[in-house]
Design a protein around this ligand. Structure first.
Ligand SMILES: Nc1ncnc2c1ncn2[C@@H]1O[C@H](COP(=O)(O)OP(=O)(O)OP(=O)(O)O)[C@@H](O)[C@H]1O
Ligand SMILES: [Mg+2]
Length: 266
C-alpha cells in the first residue's frame, strides 16, 4: 500500500465514525469521574456504555451533549471538535442529537403531544398545524397515537419512556443517546422497547449510543461498547456486550456481565 492509499484508508475509517472520543477526562470540580476514555462509534451501530452504578455513564453522556465540559480530551462529532465550537455552533450540532435522559425529563404540566411539540416549536419555524401532524407521526412511531392529549400522570411508566423517545425523535436526529431507557420496565415492555430501538436504527439510519444496566437489552441491541470501571476510573474493556460476557475475564467486567452479587447496585 502506498502512503497515499494508506492515508485514504485511515480517512475512510475515521469518516465512518459518527462520534470519536479521545483521551477524555471528565470531572466534577477536582473530583475525576473518568479519565483517558477513548472510543469510536461507527455509523449505524448501537454502542453501549456499560459499568456499575456511579461509574460515570450519565456524566459521560452529559459531556457529549454540551452539559458538562470535559477536563481534557476531545469529542469529535462527524469529525467536528465538539467542545472547541462556539456555543451557537454547539447548539446547532445538538440538533442532530436525540437524547433521552435517565430522569426522563418529560414536563408533567404539558400533555404528551405538547412535550413532543416543544423541540419543534423551539427549533423550527413550522406552523401549529404542521407541528401537530409531525407530533402525530412521531407518537405513531412509538405506538402512542392515542396518548397525544393525555398528561404524563395519566400514562404508564412504559408509555412515559416511549413519550421521551418520541420527543427525542422530534427533530429527526441522526444520533440517538439513550440513558437507561428501559430501566424499570417489565421484561415484555423492555423487549418491545428494544425492538422499537432496532426499528429506529434501521428505519431512520440512526446511530445509537445507549447506557443500560439491562443485560438482555444490551445483548440484544449493542454491537460494540465500552466498560467503565469505578475502581480504575477509566474504560477497562472494549467490545460488544456478547464479547464482554463470553470472553472477558477482568473480574469487574465478568461480575457485571454475569450479575454476580455485590457489584452492581442499580
Ligand atoms: N452534578 C454532580 N455534581 C457532583 N458529582 C456528581 C454530579 N452528578 C453525578 N455526580 C457523581 O459522579 C459520579 C458518577 O455519576 P453518574 O450519574 O455519571 O453515574 P452513572 O454511571 O450514570 O450511575 P447510574 O448507573 O446509577 O445511573 C457519582 O459518584 C456521582 O455521585
Ligand atoms: Mg446514570
Amino acid at each position: 500500500m502506498t502512503r497515499t492509499t494508506e492515508l485514504a484508508a485511515i480517512d475512510k475509517t475515521e469518516s465512518s465514525s459518527v462520534i470519536s472520543v479521545r483521551n477524555l477526562t471528565i470531572s466534577y470540580g477536582s473530583r475525576i469521574i473518568q479519565k483517558n476514555v477513548s472510543f469510536e462509534v461507527k455509523s449505524g451501530s448501537v454502542f453501549a456504555i456499560m459499568g456499575p452504578s456511579g461509574c460515570g455513564k450519565s456524566t459521560l453522556i452529559r459531556s457529549m451533549v454540551g452539559l458538562l465540559q470535559p477536563t481534557s480530551g476531545t469529542i469529535l462529532v462527524n469529525g467536528t471538535n465538539y467542545w472547541s465550537q462556539s456555543d451557537r455552533k454547539r447548539v446547532e450540532i445538538n440538533r442532530s442529537f436525540g437524547v433521552v435522559f435517565q430522569s426522563g425529563a418529560i414536563w408533567s404540566s404539558m400533555t404528551v403531544g405538547e412535550n413532543v411539540a416543544l423541540p419543534l416549536q423551539m427549533f423550527t419555524s413550522l406552523n401549529a398545524r404542521s407541528i401537530r401532524q409531525l407530533v402525530q407521526l412521531k407518537l405513531g412511531l412509538v405506538g402512542l397515537s392515542d396518548a397525544i392529549d393525555l398528561y404524563p400522570s395519566e400514562i404508564s411508566g412504559g408509555m412515559l419512556k416511549r413519550a421521551g423517545l418520541a420527543r427525542a425523535l422530534a427533530l429527526d436526529p441522526k444520533i440517538l443517546l439513550f440513558d437507561e431507557v428501559s430501566a424499570g420496565l417489565d421484561p415484555i415492555a423492555s423487549a418491545r422497547l428494544d425492538d422499537l430501538i432496532l426499528a429506529l436504527r434501521d428505519g431512520l439510519g440512526a446511530t445509537i449510543l445507549m447506557v443500560s444496566h439491562e443485560l438482555p437489552s444490551l445483548l440484544a441491541l449493542a454491537d460494540d461498547g465500552i466498560f467503565l470501571s469505578t475502581i480504575e476510573r477509566t474504560a477497562i474493556a472494549h467490545g460488544s456486550p456478547q464479547y464482554l460476557k463470553q470472553d472477558c475475564n477482568i473480574s469487574e467486567v465478568f461480575n457485571f456481565m454475569h450479575r454476580l452479587a455485590g457489584t452492581t447496585e442499580t
